[in-house]
Every structure is written in structure tokens, then in C-alpha cells.
Design a protein around this ligand. Structure first.
Ligand SMILES: Nc1ncnc2c1ncn2[C@@H]1O[C@H](COP(=O)(O)OP(=O)(O)O)[C@@H](O)[C@H]1O
Ligand SMILES: [Mg+2]
Length: 508
């Protein structure tokens, strides 16, 4: 029998107007990897913030028991003394200090009041080695990517002899490769006896590393599974997270596919810097009214480049080929021209390209349609508010109001703001690049419903997707790309993950 390192009993925590945690019970065994799952807003971060003293003892009811003793933390500092560390979604390093200082910040050892900097550099090396970070300790943290910064945070926790490490959605901004490395590191730490709680909504990751999985929903602890005893599947977790059976992970498509609306022939795109390198090679495809097309293929297959170049040459140094919309040939010089002719584009990276995080929901929605909302260059503020309110309601954007800063919204709701903005320009053809990346299952379903509704209204949709089940579940036809070429096309009925992979990878 392993003992519990952490036990949470009947925990309730409210914020003004929200019961974030409602009588939660939660147990973590010593030495295990415990994954905490739940949709956005389920209360995962709040629970971990209570456990680690971010929220002080007098701000909640119920008990947190660590190593058999009730904790009454006033601040995070108190939990650190107990060898508990939390790494938040937003990293908390000092960007302009070097790695080694960040590791020891707050607990720098001095000798008779003097800091021995050289010593610190030397002392930091074993920690960097343990987390597999191959960088000079004197490197300034802001020079590192997110993945490496996270490793510095873990090194910092290790330098404090952490016993319970809490990671809040650690892989949400990492690529697949970085994520794999991080998961391997967590497994390594487990071997060293460190207990880890990881919040994640990426179920493949959860199933890969979890010893125990706890599911929160609407602030309540729903289920807890020991993966050594129960065979836990993605479907089982999803069911717990959303509170209903997700045999229908994709909404029913009701749209009727009509005549051809867009035709692309022999489209070739050259790299923006290496002008002789073909990124898209002689691609031809067509899109029909009411149709959802998916473009699948491995990273670097050229899908985004193809679509961006069609969208008013937003990518590439040059392109050749023909683009026809409703039979008429077009040569868009820039994205504005594409938008005026009925194209809309929702880019993959909401944060970099799509949204202005420091602006409110309303401004973000109206952003690219200011010409529609303005007369003689003056924006009609009332109209802006009406339109934004309409979208908030129709797309069910969860925000306290349209004046809310977009950065405070969850990923799924940010995506809805981007979609709203695109919708406001009323395009006939929507290009959406990885529309559900990084958002949880419930929000995914809502995005799928929005796309289906658009198709039902006679709009046409091109969806770039790296999730094959999503492509198969949503699309009428699936184009498979690799190395800049279209390698094949499948109808919805004949598509399977295996077939798509085979087409993508077969050599020519
Ligand atoms: N500081 C806060 N002030 C007010 N409400 C909050 C605060 N933090 C979280 N909430 C609310 O509490 C609920 C749980 O949020 P959170 O713990 O962040 O969920 P999760 O991490 O599972 O996405 C949500 O309804 C959220 O809006
Ligand atoms: Mg959270």
C-alpha cells in the first residue's frame, strides 16, 4: 500500500459570482504521476493554486493535507518550504537574468553574506543536466524558447529539493517534440521519487504517463482512475470531462454539397527567401458550395503555405497557376483583395497572427471589417458593439463581456473571437488552419458545430487539420499532401487514418 502524499478534503473555493471548486476530494499517492483532466474552467488551476498556497488558507473551506499534516499556507513561499513547487501556465522566470540566477533566485546561498557567482554557475550545472537542458548557465532566459524556459523552471524546483511538482498545462505551448521530451523528463523524475501532478487536456499525453487520472467537471471531482487497475481510454476521460457520452465527437453534417465554387490549377509557390525552392508544387484542387474540405499531411507538407499563398499571396515570393472563384479567374495582390472577393482566413497561431491579446473582444472582432463598420472612415461604435454582442451570443463566447481583454479568455473562446472576426466580413470561402489546436474537447465540439452551420448556410470551408480523426469526422473530402504536392484525395466514406497515412507517405 502506497501512502498519500497529498489529500484534499471537501474543498470549496468561490470567487465573486463563481463557485470554482465545489466540495472537491482528491488524493495523490507518493511517487506517482497524477494527471488532472477537465475542460476549460473546470477548476483545475484553482485546485492546484489552493494546494500550493497561491490562494491562502483563509480563502477556502475544507482541508489540504500534505504528508499527513493539514497545511495552512499563507503564500507560495510556505508551500515551497514544504518542498512543493508549482509551475504555472504562464512561466514565471525573470527574463533578463541568466539561467543560473533564475535557478537560485530567492534561495541564493551566501557565504558570510557574500554571493559567490562562480560557485552558483558551477552549482547550476548538475540541475541543467538532470533536466536535459544543454545550455550555458549564463545564457539570458529571454533568449530561450518556451520549452527550454520550462526546463529552467523545473531545474529551479529541483534545486529546492522538490517532493511534489505541479505542472499546469506544461505542454500547451510546446511542439510535439518538446512535449515528448518533457513527458520523458517527468517519467525520469518519477524514478527519482518525485511525485508529479500534471494538468493536461491532451489525452494521449495523459494516457502515456499517468498512474492515476482525476477528472474535474464544473468545480467538482467526478472520477479518479488508477490506470494500473482500470483500462482507461480517451473516450472514458472525455465522457467524464463533458458529462455526456461522446460517441458523437463530431456533430452531424446537414449541408448539401452544391456546384463548384473555387478551382485551383497547377498552383506552385516559391519560398519567400530561397526563391528557387518550391514549397508548393503544381497543386490542383476544387471546392464546392456547402462543402468542408480537409487538408491533411505531415508537418511541412505545404498545406499552410498553399492556403496562405492563395489568400492574396500572404506567403511566398512568387506563385504560378490559376485560381478561379465562381468561374472567374483572380490574381489577388494582397489579403485585402482576397477578403473583398469572399475569402476568409483563420490562421493557425491565434496569438501571433490572429488576435491582439491586449485588446478587448469587441475590437478584435471588428478588426478586419472596419471598412464595413465605418462610413467615410469613421467607425460606427454602436454598430461595432451590436455586431460583437451578436457573435458573443451566437457563438457562445464565454466572456464576462465584450469589453474583456482577449488574453483573459480560454483558448476555445479566443478561437471563437477569431472566427467571429472572420464571419463579420461575411466570406463565402473560409480557410481555417488547425481550428481546434490546443483547445479542450467541449470547445472543439462547439467549433465543429459552427463550421457545420456555416456549411449548412451554403458557405464552403477548407480546414487544415493535423488531427486525422477530426478530418475524417468533419470533411466531405480529404486532400492528402506531402512535400508540397497533393498525393491523393479521399471521400469521407472511404477515409481512414491508415489510408491517409499511406497516401501521405507513399513514395513517388
Ligand atoms: N481569479 C479569479 N477570479 C474570478 N474567477 C476566477 C478566477 N480564477 C478562476 N476563476 C473562475 O473559476 C473557474 C475555474 O477556473 P480555473 O481553475 O482557471 O479552471 P481550469 O484551470 O480548469 O481551466 C472558472 O469559472 C473561472 O472563470
Ligand atoms: Mg487552468
Amino acid at each position: 500500500m502506497s501512502t498519500n502524499i497529498l489529500e484534499v478534503q471537501d474543498l470549496t473555493k468561490t470567487f465573486p459570482g463563481v463557485k470554482a471548486l465545489d466540495n472537491v476530494n482528491f488524493k495523490v499517492k507518493k511517487g506517482e504521476i497524477h494527471c488532472l483532466c477537465g475542460e476549460n474552467g473546470a477548476g483545475k488551476s484553482t485546485l492546484m493554486n489552493v494546494v500550493s498556497g497561491v490562494y491562502p488558507h483563509d480563502s477556502y473551506t475544507g482541508k489540504v493535507i500534505f504528508h499527513g499534516k493539514e497545511t495552512r499556507y499563507k503564500t507560495v513561499k510556505d508551500s515551497e518550504k514544504d518542498r512543493l513547487a508549482i509551475i504555472h501556465q504562464e512561466l514565471a522566470l525573470s527574463p533578463y537574468l541568466p539561467i543560473f540566477e533564475n535557478i537560485f533566485l530567492g534561495h541564493i546561498k551566501t557565504k558570510a553574506g557574500i554571493i559567490h557567482w562562480d560557485r552558483l554557475i558551477i552549482d547550476s550545472r548538475p540541475y541543467l543536466k538532470r533536466v536535459g537542458l544543454d545550455e550555458d548557465p549564463e545564457t539570458i532566459v529571454s533568449k530561450l524558447g518556451v520549452g527550454k524556459q520550462q526546463l529552467v523552471e523545473i531545474a529551479k524546483a529541483l534545486s529546492k529539493n522538490v517532493e511534489l511538482l505541479i505542472l499546469d498545462e506544461p505542454t500547451s505551448s510546446l511542439n510535439d517534440d518538446e512535449s515528448d521530451k518533457l513527458l520523458d523528463l517527468i517519467l525520469e523524475l518519477k524514478k527519482e521519487g518525485i511525485t508529479c501532478i500534471m494538468i493536461s487536456h491532451k489525452l494521449n499525453e495523459v494516457l502515456k504517463i499517468a498512474d492515476t487520472i482525476t477528472i474535474l467537471r464544473d468545480g467538482m471531482s467526478i472520477d479518479s482512475y488508477d490506470t494500473t487497475e482500470t483500462e482507461v481510454t480517451e473516450d472514458l476521460i472525455i465522457k467524464g470531462m463533458v458529462g455526456r457520452d461522446m460517441t458523437h465527437r463530431f456533430p452531424e453534417k446537414t449541408a448539401v454539397v452544391g456546384e463548384t465554387i473555387m478551382e485551383v490549377e497547377d498552383w506552385t509557390v516559391f519560398h519567400p527567401e530561397y526563391h528557387s525552392r518550391k514549397v508548393v508544387d503544381n497543386v490542383s484542387f476544387n471546392l464546392k458550395k456547402g462543402e468542408i474540405l480537409a487538408f491533411c499531411g505531415p508537418m511541412g507538407a505545404g498545406r499552410t503555405e498553399l492556403m496562405m499563398s492563395l489568400f492574396g499571396k500572404a506567403y511566398g515570393s512568387a506563385s504560378t497557376g490559376t485560381l478561379k472563384i465562381r468561374g472567374q479567374e483572380h490574381d489577388f495582390k494582397n489579403p485585402m483583395e482576397a477578403i473583398r472577393n469572399g475569402l476568409g482566413y483563420v490562421s493557425e497561431d491565434r496569438k501571433d497572427l490572429g488576435l491582439i491579446l491586449i485588446q478587448d473582444v469587441k475590437t478584435n472582432i471588428s478588426n478586419s471589417s472596419l471598412s464595413k463598420l465605418s462610413r467615410f472612415g469613421v467607425v460606427n461604435k454602436d454598430q461595432e458593439i451590436i455586431e460583437a454582442e451578436n457573435y458573443r451570443k451566437s457563438l457562445n463566447i464565454k466572456t464576462p463581456g465584450i469589453e474583456q481583454m482577449v488574453r483573459n479568455l480560454s483558448g476555445g473562446n479566443q478561437q471563437k473571437v477569431v472566427l467571429s472576426r472572420c464571419l463579420l466580413a461575411d466570406p463565402e470561402i473560409f480557410i481555417v488552419d488547425e481550428p481546434t489546436r490546443g483547445i479542450d474537447v467541449g470547445a472543439k465540439y462547439e467549433i465543429y458545430t459552427i463550421l457545420n452551420d456555416l456549411a449548412a448556410q451554403g458557405k464552403s470551408i477548407i480546414m487544415i487539420s493535423s488531427e486525422l480523426p477530426e478530418a475524417i469526422g468533419m470533411a466531405d473530402r480529404i486532400y492528402v499532401m506531402n512535400e508540397g504536392e497533393i498525393r491523393g484525395v479521399l471521400d469521407r466514406d472511404e477515409a481512414s487514418q491508415e489510408k491517409i497515412m499511406q497516401i501521405a507517405l507513399r513514395s513517388r
